[in-house]
Design a protein around this ligand. Structure first.
Ligand code: UT7
Length: 319
């Protein structure tokens, strides 16, 4: 059996940190409201000249160094992003070029906050089928540029950043099992409708979210997909060493963990310092948990993400 194994991880946060106090000088909000409802205390914001591919490249370089893999040995690059540098080409192609390599397959995956789940599962399929041996899978976002900074209901929630993993073909696990789901009937509760058309942006270029509808759907969907992945893999919650969830709201994470029967002492939480970084949040949290020594080689990890689409999924793996 051929598996896709995580050889290394890396992440990058832009230098500028914006605390809840800083945001309360822009819109009518408070540290108390934001922290109590979401668990967020701060987020990082990209500098004016910084592009999603720049964040992605920083995370990718760190992951390559951690994996002790040369960029030239990568034969697949997937970038999960909803905030690409351009309409086209794909951010993955720009990342490839900035890494100083050429030739390997490179494309973007668009599943918003579930993007890293979709990208990881796609790379796993390439590796299992023999179409790739070493893949760079990146989640990178600059969500701050999709926000209406006059709308306190959304601008306090998101941040910018990138996380990356290097996956390699191996005889031992690796990714054990995964499940991806989507339901386009929910596209109206979380979206950014504007697109470039006929020389202009043809609808609102700002993120819209019905927070309560998203909240309810997220807890239900994440609890179910997490439980399904465990069941189908013949495992139980007791087999999971660490849950690495999408970091949108601490209360969603806590409810999901409770439904799954997993204690919060087994959950990697970065939402306080990162905010919601969409497709970057899971690989960022994964890298934090590995680098601070909590996640160790051989540990069983459950990764879970959900976002606009709706699209969601879970990946069970042995690190
Ligand atoms: O990755 C994508 C997934 N996104 C998510 O997972 C987000 C899911 N949803 C949520 O996390 C929560 O619904 C929110 C954090 C977005 C909102 O929390 P909530 O408890 O659902 O609040 P709400 O929208 O019901 O608003 C309650 C009150 C309202 O005031 P009134 O109408 O009761 O007077 C809002 O105007 O809180 C007010 N409010 C704020 N007050 C201070 C909304 N945003 C803010 C704010 N600061 N930033």
């Amino acid at each position: 059996m051929r598996y896709a194994q995580i050889l290394g991880t890396g992440s990058y946060l832009p230098a500028r940190r914006m605390s809840n106090e800083d945001i309360s000088k822009i819109v009518d909000t408070s540290d108390e409201w934001i922290a109590e409802r979401t668990g967020i205390r701060a987020r990082h914001l990209a500098a004016a000249g910084e592009q999603t591919s720049d964040l992605a490249v920083q995370a990718a370089r760190a992951a390559l160094a951690d994996a002790k893999v040369h960029a030239e040995d990568i034969d697949l690059i997937i970038v999960a992003t909803a905030t690409p540098d351009m309409t086209f080409p794909a951010t993955a192609c720009l990342v490839q070029n900035k890494l100083g390599i050429a030739g390997c397959a490179a494309f973007d995956v668009q599943a918003v906050c579930a993007g890293f789940m979709y990208a990881l599962v796609t790379a796993n399929a390439y590796i299992q089928s023999g179409m790739a041996k070493k893949a760079l899978v990146i989640g990178a976002e600059i969500f701050s540029r999709l926000l209406d900074w006059n709308d306190r209901r959304t601008c306090v929630l998101f941040g910018d950043g990138a996380g990356a993993v290097v996956l390699g073909a191996a005889d031992k696990p690796g990714i054990l099992h995964a499940k991806l789901k989507a339901d386009g009937a929910y596209s109206h509760i979380l979206n950014t409708p504007g697109k470039v058309a006929n020389g202009e942006v043809d609808a609102s270029p700002f993120l819209y979210m019905d927070g309560q509808a998203v909240y309810k759907f997220a807890v239900k969907a994440l609890s179910k997909v997490g439980a399904d992945v465990l069941l189908e893999a013949g495992m139980t919650a007791a087999d999971v060493d660490w849950v690495i969830p999408h970091q949108a709201n601490q209360r969603i994470i806590e409810s999901t963990a409770k439904h799954l029967g997993i204690g919060m002492d087994k959950v990697i939480l970065t939402v306080a310092e990162h905010g919601n970084t969409s497709a970057a949040s899971i690989p960022l949290a994964l890298d934090v948990g590995i680098k601070d020594g909590r996640i160790r080689r051989g540990d069983t990890l459950l990764l879970e993400g959900i976002g606009g689409g709706f699209a969601w999924g879970a990946v069970l793996l042995q690190y």
